[in-house]
Design a protein around this ligand. Structure first.
Ligand code: GLC
Ligand code: MG
Length: 518
């Protein structure tokens, strides 16, 4: 049986607001993405996951959806969405849309109707409860953000509380209601019918909650997410996705214990899950190895790993994995190591726009920012060209960008890096090409080797092809004796030229080698 495409793919996340602006309003849009498809194609990724571009009041920048089947005018038109899907396909790129199943915007017609009166037909699409006897909210559940707030908001008009796992403007749908499931499955069907190649399912662990709405108890598992009832709902979603040959279902399983993530990867649920345990691991070879081995140990034979190091919610890797005293060069070296790790592990890698440029988080001036939950630094616009020639929009926009581009844009931008064979972008392109060229890096088995402290070493093997990866997470030189006689250097994160054993690895350096049979 041939492997499904998404096991061989590298998936690139586009945050449309910050990717490319075609009309000069300072906000990225769908025509902007279409213009940049040749760049993505030549970068060497296979599929694009596009964060929500649907109609939205934008309180949560598109994750608060008021019409899942219409394009928000900020991003373009319905025709632009179809044009993007078709143009991506013409470039050999697949498209995943980002669908939010567990909640809607409070401006969605379902919720507006539900809030109008208690006997509205969509009232029980959402979760309404009377207050606690003490007059407070029905239980002690907390909203995901703002941190420390209640998951319930009092609705004076109908004198009840409604539940929201995230912002008050994002009321939770009640997935135990079959009408909700049918309506949301229609949304998934709508986009699959339009020709997308898969869906990324936002906050999917929020589909199931304790049906008795009991209080959370400190030290016990949360009752407001990851409740076992959700797996039946997810199977309904998957059964629909399976009607479209080759379509993939990726889920955001916002859980921090891999034992809670793996069950979502049952053969009739998700194909792939974002793994926050891996994404949040420290810059630590031993911790990363433990995480990868723990996942592999728990995964069934059909379970395929997926790895990411950044997205629109998480601080950028280069920043999170650097130390406060790092100079630019050291920070960049750590970023290069991260790239080599992500693109050589067994599993589907997800890249977040700008990661391939080595972007750090943007330090925004005091008082500048849009997101109430501090996620602007990883959401600033993609720098396409140096501001000295392209102006303050850095090729992202001819107008005023909705958030300032990062202070590193003069050096870290697409145009400049494409001209420099030593750039971070050049390294990503090389690694992506290598992954395409070497079946062992995609489909191969993976075995970790004994290595000195702070060094991660593994062999990927497929048929007769063996690829060896060595990553030195230490700030000092490490020697590693591989015991393999003949090695050929395929890629190095720096200028290390190593051959023969022991291999001498400089600080924060990584290499990919071919083990040549002697
Ligand atoms: C997911 C999204 C995040 C959003 C939240 C609520 O975690 O990735 O950006 O704010 O869901 O929809
Ligand atoms: Mg625009």
């Amino acid at each position: 049986m041939s492997r499904p495409w998404w096991q061989d793919a590298v998936i690139y996340q586009i945050y449309p607001r910050s990717f490319a602006d075609s009309d000069g309003d300072g906000i990225g849009d769908l025509p902007g993405i279409i213009e940049r498809l040749p760049y993505l194609r030549s970068l060497g990724v296979d599929a694009l996951w596009i964060s929500p571009f649907f109609r939205s009041p934008m309180v949560d920048f598109g994750y608060d959806i008021s019409d899942h089947t219409a394009v928000d005018p900020i991003f373009g038109t319905d025709a632009d969405a179809q044009a993007l899907i078709d143009a991506a396909h013409a470039h050999g790129l697949r498209i995943l849309v980002d669908i939010v199943l567990p909640h809607t915007s409070d401006q969605h017609p379902w919720f507006r109707d539900a809030a109008a009166c208690r006997d509205a037909p969509t009232r029980d699409f959402y979760v309404w409860r009377d207050g606690h006897l003490d007059g407070g909210p029905p239980n002690n559940w907390a909203a995901g953000f703002p941190a420390g707030t209640s998951a319930w908001t009092w609705h004076a008009g109908t004198a009840q509380w409604y539940l929201h796992s995230h912002l008050p403007q994002e009321p939770d749908l009640d997935w135990s209601n079959p009408a909700v499931r049918a309506a949301q499955l229609d949304v998934v069907r709508f986009w699959l019918d339009r020709g997308v190649d898969g869906v990324r399912l936002d906050s999917i662990n929020r589909l199931g909650k304790d049906p008795a709405y009991r209080d959370n108890v400190a030290g016990e598992r949360s009752r407001q997410q990851d409740w076992p009832t959700l797996h039946a709902y997810l199977r309904e979603v998957r059964a629909l996705v399976d009607r479209y040959p080759d379509a993939v279902a990726v889920g955001e399983v916002w859980e921090f214990d891999q034992r809670r993530i793996v069950p979502y990867l049952a053969p009739d649920e998700l194909h792939l899950a974002h793994n926050f345990v891996f994404a949040r691991s420290r810059f630590d070879a031993a911790e990363i190895r433990r995480t990868v081995e723990e996942f592999t140990g728990m995964a069934g034979p059909g379970t395929w790993p997926a790895w990411f190091l950044g997205n629109h919610d998480e601080p950028r890797r280069v920043t999170r994995w650097s130390a406060p005293r790092d100079d630019d060069e050291t920070r960049e070296a750590r970023g290069r190591l991260a790239a080599m790790l992500l693109l050589t592990l067994r599993g589907t890698p997800f890249l977040y726009q700008g990661e391939e440029l080595g972007l750090p988080d943007t330090e925004l001036p005091e008082g500048v920012g849009e997101d109430g939950n501090g996620r602007d630094p990883q959401r600033t616009p993609m720098p396409w060209a140096p501001p000295s020639t392209a102006g303050p929009g850095a090729g992202f926009t001819t107008g005023e960008p909705w958030l300032p581009v990062g202070g590193t844009a003069e050096r870290l931008n697409v145009t400049t890096e494409l001209q420099d064979p030593g750039s971070v972008l050049a390294l990503y392109r090389t690694l992506l090409a290598l992954r395409r060229a070497r079946p062992s890096l995609r489909a191969g088995s993976q075995a970790f080797l004994d290595a000195p402290p702070d060094v991660l070493a593994y062999v990927r093997a497929d048929g007769g092809e063996r690829t060896l990866v060595i990553l030195n997470f230490a700030a000092t030189t490490r020697r590693i004796d591989i015991g393999t006689p003949a090695l050929l250097l395929l890629v190095s994160t720096g200028d290390a030229a190593c051959s023969g054993s022991p291999i001498v690895m400089g600080p924060f350096s990584g290499v990919v080698l071919e083990a040549v049979a002697s």
